[in-house]
Design a binder for this molecule. Structure first.
Ligand code: PEP
Length: 253
C-alpha cells in the first residue's frame, strides 16, 4: 500500500450558479460513500468562486474538502477581478487548482505566474493542485516528457522539498481534457513516473491523472504505481458518477 493517500477532485469549472451548485453538492454528498478522518482518500469539490460560500456550508463537517479553481499570488491590492489566498481561507477553502491548461491557454498564464501562485498558496497553508500536461502537437513532436518536466520544475521553483508532501500534481494531457479521448493508462503512468522523477522528494507528492476520466476507466489509472487519484472535469458534474469515482479510489486505497 502506498504511503500516499488517494485524492479525487471535482473541478466544476465555470458551471453551476450558486443555487445550482448547492443542488449538485447536496446530490454528491448524498451519493458519496462515508468518509471520515480514517479514510485513505481525500475528496475535494471545486465549484466556481461565487458558489464557494454556499457549497462550503454543505461540505463543512462532511469529510469533503472545499477547493478553488484559481487564485492570485498577492495578499490584496489593485488587481481587479482577482481573488487572494486570505479570501479563500476565510471561506474554508483548503485546496486550490493552479496552472490548469484552460488558464494557461485562454488566460495566458505563464509558468512563472503558476510558480508565484504555488508559493503563495503554500505560504498560506492551502494545498495547491498543480496541473501539467502536453498539447497534442507536443505529443506528436515527441516532446511530452520534456514539457511535463519543464512545467513541473518551473511550478516548484523555490519550493523546499520538505513542502512536496503538502501539494499535489495533476498530469492532464491537454488533448484528453473534455474530449472523451482519455490517455492510455499505461502511458499515463509512464508520464507520471517522469513527473515524479523531476525532483527528489516528489515520491511524497500525490499525483493525479486528469483527462476524460469516467467510472469505466478510472480503476485502470488507479492501478498504476504512480497514480494517487484523479482531477475530474465533466464527470464531476454528475453526482452519481463522481461518487462512483470516489468509491473506486477508496477501494484502491
Ligand atoms: C479537467 O478539466 O481538469 C478535466 C480533466 O476535464 P475532463 O475530466 O472533462 O476531461
Amino acid at each position: 500500500m502506498s504511503a500516499r493517500k488517494r485524492l479525487v477532485v471535482g473541478n466544476w469549472k465555470m458551471h453551476e450558479t450558486s443555487a445550482q451548485a448547492v443542488d449538485l453538492a447536496r446530490a454528491v454528498l448524498a451519493a458519496l460513500p462515508p468518509l471520515d478522518a480514517r479514510s485513505r482518500t481525500d475528496v475535494v469539490l471545486a465549484p466556481p468562486f461565487t458558489a464557494l460560500p454556499a457549497v462550503g456550508v454543505l461540505t463543512a463537517q462532511s469529510g469533503v474538502a472545499l477547493g478553488a479553481q484559481n487564485m492570485h499570488w498577492g495578499e490584496s491590492g489593485a488587481y481587479t477581478g482577482e481573488i487572494s489566498a486570505p479570501m479563500l481561507l476565510e471561506l474554508g477553502v483548503r485546496y486550490v487548482i493552479l496552472g490548469h491548461s484552460e488558464r494557461r491557454r485562454y488566460f495566458h498564464e505563464t509558468d512563472e505566474e503558476v510558480n508565484r501562485k504555488v508559493r503563495a498558496a503554500l505560504s498560506h497553508g492551502l494545498t495547491p493542485i498543480i496541473a501539467v500536461g502536453e498539447t497534442a502537437e507536443e505529443r506528436d513532436a515527441g516532446a511530452t516528457d520534456a514539457r511535463v518536466v519543464a512545467q513541473t520544475s518551473a511550478a516548484l521553483d523555490g519550493v523546499a522539498p520538505a513542502e512536496f508532501a503538502r501539494l499535489a500534481l495533476a498530469y492532464e494531457p491537454v488533448w484528453a481534457i473534455g474530449t472523451g479521448r482519455n490517455c492510455d493508462p499505461t502511458e499515463a503512468d509512464r508520464v507520471m513516473a517522469c513527473i515524479r522523477a523531476t525532483l527528489p522528494g516528489l515520491e511524497r507528492t500525490q499525483l493525479l491523472y486528469g483527462g476524460s476520466v469516467t467510472p469505466a476507466n478510472f480503476a485502470s489509472y488507479l492501478a498504476g504505481e504512480n497514480c494517487d487519484g484523479g482531477l475530474i472535469g465533466g464527470a464531476s458534474l454528475d453526482a452519481k458518477a463522481f461518487a462512483q469515482l470516489a468509491a473506486l479510489a477508496l477501494d484502491a486505497a
